[in-house]
Structures are given as structure tokens and as C-alpha cells.
Design a protein around this ligand. Sequence first.
Ligand code: 5AD
Ligand code: SF4
Length: 500
Amino acid sequence: MGRRLYIETFGCQMNVLDTQLVLGQLRAQGYQVVDTPDDADIVLYNTCSVREHAEQKVWSRLGELRATKQQRPNLVIGVIGCMAEREGTGLFRRYPHVNILCGPAELDKLPAMLHNAVVTSAKPSDTDHVSHSGRRRQVALMASTTRRSSTLAATDDHLENLDLSRSVSSTDDVSQAYVRITRGCNKFCTYCVVPYTRGPEVHRPPQNIIDEVIKLADAGAREVTLLGQTVNHYAYRHPDARVTSFADLLYRIHEATPALPRLRFVTSFPRDFTDAALQAMRDCPRICHYLHIPAQSGSDRILKLMNRGYTARQYLDLIDRAKSMMPDISLATDFIVGFPTETEDDHRRSMDLLRYCRFKNSFIFKYSPRPGTIAIDRFEDDVPEPDKRRRNNELLAVQQEVSAENNRQMIGKRVEVIIEGESKLTSRQAKADPSFVDLTIAGNKPAHPHLSPTVTQLIARTRGDQIVCVDGGPFLKGQLLRVQITDSQSLTLFGKLIAD
Ligand code: 5AD
Ligand code: SF4
């Protein structure tokens, strides 16, 4: 029975975490993870539905597997995550060679489904030619089970078992780890599929979250990122009606993990930020002064059509409050350009908002109408593609100006970074590269004690989530080090390791 598994993940950090948790469970059951679909008995795609482009990549992967499946009928193919939930069993009509469909809210069932699929597909039988028949298929979708209620008690929350199953072994790289604090979303922004694919918002019990962060910190985590679609909306109602707020949770995690150097959280929802949460960020020295807080637009009219629940003024007031409490705060945002009816004046307001907030970076997306959302029913996608593209580029150009200026101000500063790994540039021998000495020796100080004569360009991240390129060795991955910023480009800083 084949148990070699290939998995490819698309989309957000939530999906990255789901993949890690699913893999943890499957490894424990003896599955072996392989690097290419060619070596695999099972191919899983953990998918994203947020924009059409993300879905197209998966469609083309599934198309490529059609021929493989004909040659190897026992290959098990699974579509998991948001596309499975959004498409439902209709996906089988287009791709009859798919065996498994599992939505993101049902992933705790995946090991059993996989077991069934592998056993059935390995069984030699005269029905083998009907390998596409329904009885072989395994389906778990929120839409096909009873929809969970938004007031669901945590004890009824079967998906909690997936997060609780997290095991950390000595070989796992946990230097930067994700921990979920809420699942789902109740906001129903008119353009967004997430409330339909991940279901209503469910808050995890605080003790489960704290225990998980402690487990990761004990295993050597340097940075834990708390995840939620609207992470700062966290509020857990205990059986005795006490409520643990997001601010309470931050204080409790911070206190419980004194050896964890960095705690951060994404993604924040502008309307939900309390002063207490900002105070917790200010008061707890190991919480990073970083917010990813999508604005989506700078136009009140568009924000209203998007059902975001705030005005541009309210967004700016929040940014002012955050900056006055934490002058060193680093901000990132998302924008959608070309939302239905968006005019040049609306677009200008987005550019003004970007300039005012001086974001570290903006993720800019062209509006993509998504089936099942309110916007696709209610509004015509009437901004022509060339206008969307131009507005995207214009917003990007403003962001680049802002980033270049922000980054220039960093030159000469000394900052803490976490080394994430090697950059795409190939490693090079120190002796072949005259810049070696400049890049690795801080002033007259000796070279960093960890450095070997072979230098590799590494990607590191500051507490404010800025990327810094530094020269060092791959063995530094996961370490927290100090660098001096020596140079900058619009999106990247360059630095050298320093020994203090
Ligand atoms: N079209 C374009 N961008 C979208 N996003 C979400 N839905 C859509 C859509 N239909 C963007 C938002 C969100 C980010 C994760 O993706 O900016 O914050
Ligand atoms: Fe989607 Fe809005 Fe929820 Fe974010 S807050 S996941 S954009 S519905």
C-alpha cells in the first residue's frame, strides 16, 4: 500500500499552518513526505480561492495530473482547502480523476479519508476501470454537513482536534511558528469568499493556545505568529461567561513564555482594535511593534460597498493612535484596486491614504469577482482590466517611494533580525568576493564569531517585518542576531552582522 505523499500549498499563512498540522498527523501514521508528484502515491493540493488567479494554478496542476492518473490509476489525488469547499462535488465533473475533496473546516477528517482512499484504490478489483466512480471518493465539506453555529462551544468544535494534535519533534524547524487563535470569519466583506469557505468565526480556548505557544517556545521557537482572519477580534467566552479578550490573551501568552523573543499576530481588522490591545503591544517588550492591517481602499464610498464597516478617517485615526503609542511601529496593508464603480477619485484617495500611513509595504490586488460572494451578485465588474492594471502600478509606485524613504532612514541603525534562510543568490566563496570583508565585519570589530570562510547571502527579518539581506552561513538559519543596516533599495535592506 503506497503511502508516499506529496503536498503543495497555495495561499495564506492559514493554509501553511493547515498543511503543517495535517502533515504532522499523517507522518505519525507512517506517511512519508516526498518532493515531487512523480514519487508520490498521494498528491494533495491545499488550495486558495481568494482570487481567480490562485485557483487557475490548481486547475492547471490538476490538468497535468490527468495523464499521470491514466498511467497510474492507483494514484490518489486530493483537493483540500478553500477551493474544495467553494467548488464542492461539482469539481468531480471537470476533474473526474480527483479522489478526495476536503474543505478547510473539515481537515481533522483527512487522515481517515486518506486511509479509505488509499485502501480502496490499492485493492485489486474488477471495478478498477471505474476508478472515477463515486464510491471511491471521499468528501468532507462544511456545506455537506450541518453548518457550524457561530456560538459553537469549543467542546463541540471538532476542528480544535487538528490544532491540538500538533506534535513538535526534535527534527522540526520551529524557529518561526504559527499558532491559530481563531478560525473562520464573520465579516462578510462583499468581495471575499473566506466566510463561505472557512465558516463562521470560532475562537480557540486561551489555555489551548497558551499551551501550544509554550510547547513551541520550549522546542526552540524564536518567533510565534498568532493567526486569525481577524485576529484582533479574538474574544473567548468561558462557560462561566467570563470573556478573555485579545488584549488579555496577549498578556497571558507573553507572561507564560518569558524565553520567547518574538510574538506577533496577523491579520488585524481595523474596526476591532481596542486601546487595551494597543497597550498590550506597548507594554509587553517581546511583542513586535508590527501590524498587518488591511485598509482595502481610501474611499468611504468604496469601503461602504465593500462592507468594511469603517471610514477612511476612522482607519487613519487608528493608525495615529497606534503610532502615538508606539512611534517605532511598522505597518503593512492590503489594497484592492478596481473594485466595481471605483473612480479615479476613489483611487486617488487610496494613494493618499498610503502616503499618509507610510506603510512598510502594501499587498495590492486587482479586484477579482468570486462566485458566491455578495459583490459578484450585486455589482458589475465594470473597471476595465487596463485601468485595474494601471491603478495597481500607480499604487505600487507610491508604495515604492514610501518604502525607499522608510528604508533610507534605516541606514546606519542596528537592529535585531531572525535569519530565515538562504536568498536565491548562489552561495559564493569569500575569497572570490572582495566585498566579503565589508559585509561581515562591523567597523573595526572582528568578524561575527559564527562566520565561516564560505559566505552565503541570507534573508533575515526585523521585528518590524522588514527584509534584510546579510552575508553569513546557512548554519545561521533560525538564529536571532544583530545587524547594522548598510544600504537600502525600495523593498530590501542590506546589512552586516555585528557581534554585540
Ligand atoms: N479580489 C481581489 N482581492 C481580494 N482579496 C480578498 N478577496 C479579493 C477579491 N475578490 C484580498 C484582500 C484581502 C487579501 C487577503 O486578499 O485585500 O485582504
Ligand atoms: Fe475576507 Fe473581510 Fe473576513 Fe478578511 S475580514 S477574511 S477580507 S471577509
